[in-house]
Design a binder for this molecule. Structure first.
Ligand code: PEP
Ligand code: MG
Length: 323
């Protein structure tokens, strides 16, 4: 089986009818890029920048960050690299920020919420990213966006820093796409409104499932409620993809679900454009997609969307795809 996967390493991902979909990887550090290349990744769909900030006693400098971002972009050449701005809080703490303990950290002061209030931290990261932008195909993505206003504020800060850099004589790419993670139900529900203003969506199902089902993604006691194939999730994901396409934008997914062999046929049928997963899942996924007809899967869409339970969805896909 490994041999069959290896044959597809340097090939683009194609469905049975020959349509291209993009298979990209999730990374946490510049060192992870080697694995992406060795596994035939067509780009980076999620660079989690938190690791630059964690396991340290102080904030990383602009220069440290610039080096890390530039290294990833250099290594990936002209392939797309989606960098997510700082997503700290929730389960990921930064002791040196000295933030007060919260009763519900996953519903609290995290990610973009923190970045908009501590815009000094945010601006430093954005400057590092903008300076690195000329080294490759950079796309910038904001995490945990719950309202259009948050996106507008974050984008305005980004554009301010871009203007400052240009006025200082620093070169900045003018091709940078600006997108958001869709991982909060409020955003998935009115994706149509967001789609008019963003360049792309990346659906973060790890959080979207926990927030939709109100089931902590780390809590074993309620893990039975953490249901990727629940029709509520399928409907939300579909809404996001349709909204993107209606506005001529692209929609990806960077949660664990994007690399799951039951979810892949569902997502393909819904028209997902980009699948971002751990590097080691790329070749198995490419092998699976080669055998899948997107047209056939798309014809089951209405049926899937109106199913009643996660079990029904799973069983249906298992039957249709011989799993
Ligand atoms: C997600 O929420 O699906 C996601 C990709 O982000 P993280 O797992 O880092 O929260
Ligand atoms: Mg998340």
């Amino acid at each position: 089986q490994k041999q069959e996967w290896a044959k597809l390493k340097d090939e683009p991902t194609k469905t049975a009818e020959g349509e291209h979909v993009e298979l990209v990887a999730n990374i946490g550090t510049p060192e992870d890029v080697e694995g992406v290349i060795n596994n035939g990744g067509e780009g980076v769909g999620l660079y989690r920048t938190e690791f630059l900030y964690m396991g340290k006693s102080e904030l990383p400098t602009e220069e440290e960050q610039y080096k890390a971002y530039k290294s990833v972009l250099d290594q990936m050449g002209d392939k797309p690299v989606v960098v997510r701005t700082l997503d700290i809080g929730g389960d990921k703490e930064l002791s040196y920020l000295d933030l007060p303990k919260e009763l519900n950290p996953f519903l609290g002061f995290r990610a973009i919420r923190l970045c908009l209030e501590r815009d000094d931290i945010f601006r430093t990261q954005l400057r590092a990213l903008l300076r690195a932008s000329t080294s490759g195909n950079l796309k910038i993505m904001f995490p945990m966006i719950a309202t259009l206003d948050e996106f507008r504020q974050a984008k305005a800060i980004l554009l301010e820093e871009k203007d400052k850099l240009i006025n200082e004589g620093t070169e900045v790419s003018d091709q940078i796409e600006i997108g958001i993670m869709v991982e909060i139900p409020s955003t998935a529900v009115i994706a149509r409104q967001f789609a008019k203003e963003v360049d792309f969506f990346s659906i973060g199902t790890n959080d979207l499932i926990q927030y939709t089902m109100a089931a902590d993604r780390m809590n074993e006691r309620v893990s039975y409620l953490y249901q990727p194939y629940n029709p509520s999730i399928i409907n939300l994901v579909n809404n996001v993809i349709e909204a993107a396409h209606a506005e001529g934008k692209w929609a990806g997914m960077c949660g664990e679900m994007a690399g799951d062999s039951i979810a892949i046929p569902i997502l393909l049928g819904l028209g997902l454009d980009e699948f971002s997963m751990s590097a080691t899942s790329i070749l198995p996924a490419r092998t699976q997609i080669k055998e899948l007809s997107k047209q056939d899967l798309a014809s089951f869409k209405d049926k899937l969307l109106s199913m009643n339970t996660a079990e029904e969805v799973e069983q249906f896909i298992r039957e249709k795809t011989n799993q």
